[in-house]
Write a protein that binds this ligand. Structure first.
Ligand code: ATP
Ligand code: MG
Length: 431
């Protein structure tokens, strides 16, 4: 037999039980807020036809150019891609199932995304996004509502100061005029452009503004700003959104260089950034993508959405000391094996009927070693279903934790009343 011990795929992490509570807390908190705004869950497959992303994300983007896990299905030759983001997939699904005919949709999703990036803190090859899409609604009120909703999520998670950067990408004609100006500007500075920028000069010059190359920062800082090319409609869209966000008491800065990684945005773009996570400080990005639904074959309809990086939000929770602890069980049942174990298991079932979390000691063991396990489980109560106790139709209950006030000492309880009594004692604790 081979003794090889396997390692996971580079950049793809296991979520171990010790981290489950913090994941659940983040998801439950976020979804609890989303539901208060009428969002419903959607799940799409992890694989899509590659075209969904080449068209939906855009050919000249980091994601499509160098980050996608794409392959040919050896069974039938289909070109498939592990989803690098979910907006395109959600729109594909909404179009396919005609969910926007005479309706609007507010949808949320959570799941793994895949990008072939260089792994580092906060940047993985499998990571998780929790996101939402508001479809069929023209802004800017819905854009503002989404930002207000996200501020509420940060507040309820207790992650402190996460700052908001806003920008607008205007409308297509404005972007075209801006694009001409950008190309002229960068053409005049060819010597400063890096390889990526040169390649994008005529295909997607807007993306040059998103460069992380320090040697190009001065150049992009002085580049023509889309803000100066906005027409009245786009200006008003931005003003109205800003005024609602301000009225809700949310601070923000306008960052004219914020363009974001995906191609299909117009009007609003935003990012939420923390300075507690170093270089990978953007925990959430989003914006409006009115052209996308039609680009993916649907009837024209507007859309706006966001995606937060779960790993980054969880890391931020840790940085803030928000690490909720949850014991594995409320009650641990000890026994002497044989018939006592069967009685213990049946008593546990009676407790579970009442909603109590119970573990019965597996197999045999001395009461002393079982007590060690009971203690390590974090249970409030140990229940002894021993030969002697059961012979007299009772079990005894011992409080293991401070705060389990009802059974301060070891107490004997009739077997047929034990489940009720313990459930009551636990709800007494919760009050
Ligand atoms: P970046 O500029 O950091 O590469 P991006 O623009 O590619 O980000 P989006 O596509 O907007 O990111 O994804 C939304 C969010 O998902 C990001 O703000 C981030 O929190 C998270 N995210 C993106 N890529 C990764 C990754 N490789 N690992 C972990 N989280 C990620
Ligand atoms: Mg990226």
């Amino acid at each position: 037999m081979s003794k090889e011990k396997f390692a996971g795929v580079k950049g793809m992490n296991d979520m171990l039980p010790a981290d489950a509570t913090i994941w659940q807390t983040v998801q439950q908190t976020a979804v609890g807020v989303l539901e208060r705004y009428g969002y419903q869950e959607i799940r799409t497959p992890i694989l899509e036809n590659t075209k969904v992303f080449t068209r939906g994300v855009g050919e000249v983007t980091d994601i499509v150019e160098k980050e996608m896990y794409s392959f040919t299905d050896s069974m039938n030759g289909d070109q498939l891609t592990l989803r690098p983001e979910c907006t395109s997939a959600v729109v594909r699904s909404v179009n396919e199932h005609n969910l926007l005919y005479g309706a609007t949709q507010r949808l949320w999703y959570m799941g793994p995304m895949f990008r072939h990036e260089r792994p580092q803190r906060g940047r993985y090859r499998q990571f998780h996004q929790l996101g939402a899409e508001a479809l069929g609604m023209e802004g800017p009120e819905i854009d503002a509502e989404m930002i207000i909703m996200l501020a509420r999520i940060w507040k309820e998670l207790g992650v402190g100061d996460v700052h908001l950067e806003l920008n607008t990408l205007g409308a297509l004609t404005e972007r075209q005029a801006h694009r001409e100006a950008l190309i002229r500007y960068f053409e005049g500075n060819q010597d400063i452009l890096d390889e990526d920028a040169k390649r994008r000069l005529y295909t997607n010059p807007l993306r040059i503004l998103d460069t992380k190359n320090p040697e190009m920062q001065d150049l992009v800082n002085a580049a023509p700003r889309l803000l100066d090319f906005l027409g009245d409609d786009s200006r008003q869209f931005l003003d109205r959104m800003e005024s609602i966000v301000s009225a809700a008491g949310i601070n923000y800065v306008i960052n004219p260089r914020l363009v974001r990684g995906l191609d299909y945005y117009n009007h609003t773009v935003f990012e939420w950034i923390t300075d507690k996570l170093g270089a990978q400080g953007t925990i959430c990005g989003g914006g409006r993508y009115d052209p996308l639904i039609e680009m993916l074959g649907g009837r024209p309809a507007p859309g706006v959405g966001f995606a937060m990086g779960m790993e980054r939000v969880i890391e931020l929770m840790r940085e803030c000391g928000n690490v909720p602890q949850k014991a594995q069980t409320d009650v641990y049942v000890l026994h002497h094996g044989g018939e006592t174990q069967v009685k213990a298991m049946l008593l546990a079932e009676a407790m579970r009927d009442l909603g109590v979390r119970v573990m019965v000691h597996p197999n045999k063991g001395s009461i002393k070693s079982q007590m060690k396990k009971a203690d390590a489980s974090g249970a409030c109560f140990a229940v002894f279903a021993t030969e002697d106790e059961l012979a007299s139709g009772t079990v005894s209950v011992k409080a293991l934790r401070e705060g389990a006030t009802v059974y301060a000492e070891q107490t004997t309880v009739a077997l047929d009343q034990a489940a009720d009594a313990i459930a009551k004692a636990l709800s007494f604790r919760a009050e």
